[in-house]
Structure formats: C-alpha cells, structure tokens
Design a protein. Structure first.
Length: 328
C-alpha cells in the first residue's frame, strides 16, 4: 500500500487539462492505497482572490473531486486551510529553501513576469508550502500533470535536505505521471499549456462547459493545412494535441487513432474528439450538480479534515522535535 497525495487550486474553473493530467488519475490509483486529496486554497491566495468566489470554488472543487470518481470512503478529501500543519510546516520548508532555487521555478517566473514591481512574496514561497502538503503525509506518489515536475523536484530536494540536517523524518516522494493528457495544450495556441487563467476562453475546455460549447471550441481548434491525422508534436502541435485528448478519453494509443482516421479529413476527426470529450464530461457534470446541493458534502469534508489532521500532526511533531523546535 502506498500513500498518495495531490491537490488542485480552487482558483478558477477547472479545465480538461486538470481532468486529464490530474483528476482522472486520482480515482485510478485510489483503490488499495492510502490517498489524500486536498483543495489547496492557501496556494490560491498567492495571487489576489475574491473572498466570496474563493469560498464557493472551494466547495465546488470538492464536489468535482467526488463527481469525477473519488470515493470519500476510500480517499481522504479535505481543505488545506482546515489543517493548520500545512502552513506550519510550510514555514519550516521556507526556512530551508534558497531564494535562488525558488527564483528558478518556471511557474514563478511566468507568474511574476506579469506583476511588474508588485510580485507577491507568496508566489516565490509557493513551492515550500507545496512540499509541506506532500511531506506531511509521508507520501510515496504524487499524481500531477507535467507542469508540476519542477515543484516535485524541489519537494524531493527539501525533504532530503531536512533529513540530512535533522535525521530521517520525511519519505522522499515520487511523481506519478499518467500516459496521455499529462500536458493538454491550448486549442488556440497549441504550443502553450491549456490553462484556467487563459483570457481567450475558446482556447480552453472547462469541465463544466456545455456540449455545444465543447463542440464549438474543438471545431475551431487551430490545426494545419495538411488534412492528415498523424502525431507530430513539433510539426503538427494542434492535431497532436487533439490526438492526445482523444487517446486519453478513449484509452487508445496514438497509432490506433491515426489508423482510424487514415484518409479522413479533420472535420470528421474533430467531431469525434468533441463527442468523446462530451461523453466523459457529461456524467461528471450531472453528478457535480447533485453533489453541490447535498448536505453530505460538508460532512465528507469535515471527516476528511479530521483524518488528515491526525496524520499531519504526527509528522509535524516529529519534524519539530528533530529540529529542537520545542520546550518540554
Ligand atoms: P493546479 O491547480 O494548477 O492544477 C491542478 C492539476 O492539474 C494539472 N494540470 C494539467 N495537466 C495536464 N494538462 C494541463 N494543461 C494542465 N493544467 C493543469 C496540474 O499539473 C495539477 O496536477 N501546484 C499545484 C497544486 C498543488 C499540489 C500540491 C499538487 C499544491 N500543493 C501538492 C500536488 C501536491 C497546482 O498549481 O496545480
């Protein structure tokens, strides 16, 4: 049995990228493992958030977790800010981090470059908080999309640094990447990651998009003039992205997809990609609507926080004792 931990920020409407890169793998690995899935609302506030929206999105994300297949009996679902050890160990991890290594994070560089002179310090110290999330549960595997690789590397470095300085307290976690869909690209600029925060909403499929919108967006997705469905990330980024999406949602290899569309044009291919995406998202959307209204959702999250807190506080105590950060 392995310990699995992952988290998603409640900072916007979730995308097909979040689903294929992360969410769908959460439910795949839950059986037979000890799993913790967190709504990382403290990470969301590293950039300004509207309080009412943040509150609503926190609950909504928990409902999405369950709607997309997480079983609260098997997995522990909880909200980060309800387990204070995340921020507490986050501070300890910040003290172990070097400014240089934090400044080298590509996500920091991307986000900071848009903020002129007012870069929130929390954007820089985001990775040590993420390390704390993972290390508190003595995690073995972290299912995430490709864009989190660097954050996983620094988590491993911080765990090793702590263990070297103060003794073996933390398990060194490993990244868990799925097969396809680990990096879903923008439908309009397919060399760029599909993102919750893209201003161009036609570039992104949101988990809660209507079938009509999904069809429209995929129909308008950027491709090329070859009219030949084959996979080549470099030369055909648009079509390759759609092949990868179809492979992921229908559990086929790229070759199977290429064979099925040999001699057929992009029109028929795009229609099938849209239908396949809709077939996966529609049942999730229905379950989500029911869950959001259901009082069980808060019970599940209350129980989740209590369970997460029990494990997190055990690890935290070990860490502070190892460091001499205690009196009696
Ligand atoms: P976040 O909220 O940006 O994204 C949540 C998950 O979705 C994945 N993802 C994608 N996968 C494939 N294609 C895409 N276009 C795409 N966009 C997003 C992300 O890789 C991620 O797995 N730092 C994390 C949140 C976090 C966390 C943690 C994750 C905080 N603490 C501890 C794991 C463990 C983040 O910003 O994810």
């Amino acid at each position: 049995m392995s310990v699995i931990f992952s988290g998603i920020q409640p900072s916007g409407n979730l995308t097909l990228g979040n689903y294929l890169g992360a969410l769908r793998n959460f439910s795949k690995v839950q059986e037979g493992n000890e799993c913790y899935y967190c709504v990382v609302n403290q990470h969301a506030i590293t950039v300004p958030q509207d309080p009412k929206l943040l509150h609503e999105r926190t609950r909504a994300l928990a409902a999405i977790y369950i709607a997309s297949g997480l079983d609260p009996e098997q997995s522990t679902l909880f909200v980060q800010s309800e387990v204070p050890e995340h921020a507490m160990l986050g501070w300890i991890m910040t003290t172990l981090s070097y400014v240089g290594e934090l400044e080298r994070m590509t996500q920091y560089k991307d986000k900071a470059s848009k903020r002129g002179d007012s870069i929130p310090a929390g954007l820089l110290t985001y990775p040590p908080l993420m390390a704390a999330d993972i290390l508190l549960y003595q995690t073995n595997f972290v299912p995430v999309g490709d864009d989190q690789k660097q954050h996983l590397e620094i988590t491993r470095d911080l765990a090793q640094r702590f263990n070297r300085l103060y003794g073996d307290v933390f398990t060194i976690p490993e990244i868990y990447l799925g097969q396809d869909g680990t990096r879903v690209m923008s439908l309009q600029e397919p060399t760029k990651k599909m993102s919750k925060s893209d201003d161009n909403t036609t570039a992104t499929i949101y988990l809660l998009d209507t079938p009509k919108d999904i069809e429209k967006k995929i129909k308008r997705a950027q491709t090329d003039s070859e009219n030949s469905v084959h996979y080549d990330r470099e030369k055909k980024p648009g079509i390759s992205n759609l092949i990868e999406i179809l492979s992921a949602v229908t559990d086929q290899t790229h070759e199977q997809v290429e064979q099925a569309y040999a001699g057929k044009g992009y029109g028929a291919f795009k229609k099938d990609v849209a239908d396949a995406v809709i077939a996966v998202l529609e049942p999730i959307q229905q379950r989500y609507e029911e869950l959001l209204k259901h009082p069980d959702l808060d019970d599940i999250l209350d129980k989740g926080s209590a369970k997460a807190h029990a494990k997190a506080s055990e690890t935290y105590e070990k860490a502070v004792h190892a460091m001499g950060l205690y009196r009696k």
